[in-house]
Design a binder for this molecule. Structure first.
Ligand code: ADP
Ligand code: GLC
Length: 491
């Protein structure tokens, strides 16, 4: 199949979260299975890193209609990985040459509607200019959701490149929908016919994600449990009715993400000081020591070390974590290593604990991939108290590194972690809490601590269970292939 994958971020070129990881690994897995995959994203300044030395300009002056009678010009660059896998970058100085991808100083860029309308339209134009035939147009989140609308519109549907194409939208996070003033419809070139309840209209505003959900041939999300959760008002951020509508049609599916086991593997990881495997965990103990040294924690192999690597956003429940650790820092023999950035109040609260308890609590405020790998490898437990979690990758990374996840049972966390069952340690891989309160998180962490100290065989068994679970993209890629084949039919 000829697959066009559209996204706002891809790792390693530019990344703010898991969408970037998925936008590299899944196209890669699909290409390995023999499909032709073309991935499109913006050319941000971050792309020009060492990973991308061999980017070549493949189209210099791409005309992109933008607003009535107006045209913007873009350049298309390519990073060719193999004959059937290329990453294409849409270069437009004014829209994408910015220090951060979506926001500055905690404020979204005021022209984000224009930026991502432009991106979506530019991708459609690029597909024509590069003469790419499309069997599957796979859009991701709100940023490129408009591609599905363009595909079915008078503007593009008669082009031979697109005439056989099925469209898929994957929801990685329904908390971000691309809701904008309706005046921005002007930039799309679509006309007011599209401003209706079956497409872009949403409480008298534009909603790009909603339009993608309504119009795409198939809607997926990144775990089976999240696919169910988003049908209810508690999780849907007001999109429950469009999603229920698609679910009744058999057009909504949850497909669990995988992880890139080339990047996240304790046997071969070059970002951690010592490699290890489930048959020899010596290196893991050395990684714990190195992490304690690196972060200035007391070096002690026998104290349970809890890691966190997270965007500091409402979604992630870090406020609840902060509310529960005070008592543990005062009373328990535990350590914490936290890496994260985002919400300023949370950053300040974390930094404060690091000042108060330097030998027990360490944090790094900012984005640091090497430290993220070191925390995954060197911790005993990994904490993810998410309010909602469409899939979550870190809990899978941590299991691969023999670090037991402590998670709220939601979305992909529910689907990937098996709660500790003392009668069945052979099936257990982590610890779950169901209600998100400081006391329940604290109780769950103390439960984990008690297993660490008092049931060493079960603790070791769980480590091995997680490390030997297959989280690779293989199964996921097969499920998407099946979905692509049947996107036009009922499931
Ligand atoms: P989300 O996409 O909602 O942030 P995921 O668990 O799917 O959650 O993916 C998060 C990704 O971002 C992981 O690869 C994680 O290691 C990485 N990450 C998040 N925050 C940081 C940080 N401060 N430093 C390094 N990596 C981070
Ligand atoms: C989003 C979600 C996260 C998911 C990632 C990749 O950022 O918040 O749960 O793992 O997308 O699909």
């Amino acid at each position: 199949m000829n697959i066009v994958w559209t996204t706002s971020e891809v790792a390693p070129y530019a990344k703010t979260g898991g969408l970037a990881d998925v936008s590299y690994s899944l196209p890669y897995a699909l290409a390995e299975n023999g499909h032709n995959v073309s991935v499109f994203m913006p050319y941000y300044p971050q792309v020009m890193g060492e990973k991308c030395e061999d980017t070549e300009v493949v189209y210099e002056l791409l005309g992109v209609p933008f607003g009535e009678g107006n045209e913007e010009w873009a350049q298309i660059r390519r990073h060719k990985i193999s004959d059937n896998l290329s990453f294409y970058f849409i270069e437009h100085n004014n829209f994408f040459n910015r220090p951060k991808l979506y926001d500055m100083d905690g404020h979204e860029y005021s022209d984000n509607a224009e930026r991502f309308i432009f991106l979506s339209r530019a991708i459609m134009q690029a597909v024509l200019a590069l003469e790419i035939k499309v069997d599957v147009l796979h859009t991701n989140d709100w940023h490129t959701a408009l591609c599905s609308i363009y595909l079915k519109s008078e503007l593009y549907k008669s082009y031979a490149n697109f005439s056989q194409a099925k469209s898929i939208i994957t929801i990685h996070n329904i908390g971000y929908q691309g809701v904008f003033n309706k005046a921005n419809l002007y930039w799309t070139g679509l006309g007011w016919d599209y401003f209706n309840v079956h497409c872009l209209e949403f409480f008298d505003q534009l909603n790009f994600l909603k339009a993608g959900v309504m119009i795409s041939d198939m809607v997926t999300t990144v775990s089976p449990t999240y696919a169910e959760e988003i049908l209810s008002p508690e999780y849907a951020f007001n999109l429950e009715h469009p999603l229920q509508h698609r679910a009744v049609q058999g057009k909504l599916r949850g497909i669990l993400n995988g992880i890139d086991v080339n990047e996240w593997s304790p046997e071969t990881d070059t970002l951690i000081p010592h490699n290890f495997s489930h048959t020899d965990l010596t290196g893991k103990a050395l990684c714990k020591q190195a992490l304690q040294e690196e972060l200035g924690l007391t070096v002690n192999p026998d104290v349970p070390l809890y890691g966190v690597v997270s965007r500091l956003a409402e979604q992630k429940g870090i406020d609840v974590f902060i509310d529960c650790i005070d008592e543990m820092l005062k009373e328990d023999d535990v350590q914490f290593a936290v890496i994260g950035s985002g919400d300023k109040a949370l950053e300040v609260a974390l930094a404060n604990y690091a000042k108060l308890y330097p030998s027990k609590f360490a944090c790094f405020i900012g984005y640091n991939n090497k430290l993220a790998h070191m925390v995954e490898a060197g911790s005993d437990f990994f904490v993810m108290p998410s309010r909602y979690e469409p899939c979550g990758l870190n809990q899978m990374y941590s299991m691969k590194y023999g670090t037991l996840p402590i998670v709220r049972a939601t979305g992909g966390l529910e689907d990937t972690v098996n709660n500790f069952d003392e009668k069945h340690p052979e099936k257990s891989t982590g610890f779950k809490l169901y209600e998100l309160y400081p006391a329940s998180l604290r109780d769950t962490m103390r439960w984990a601590t008690s297993i660490y100290f008092n049931d060493k065989p079960a603790f070791k068994q769980m480590i091995i269970n997680g490390m030997t679970t297959d989280f690779s993209w293989h199964h996921t890629a097969v499920e998407y292939e099946e979905l692509y084949q049947h996107a036009n039919t009922r499931f």
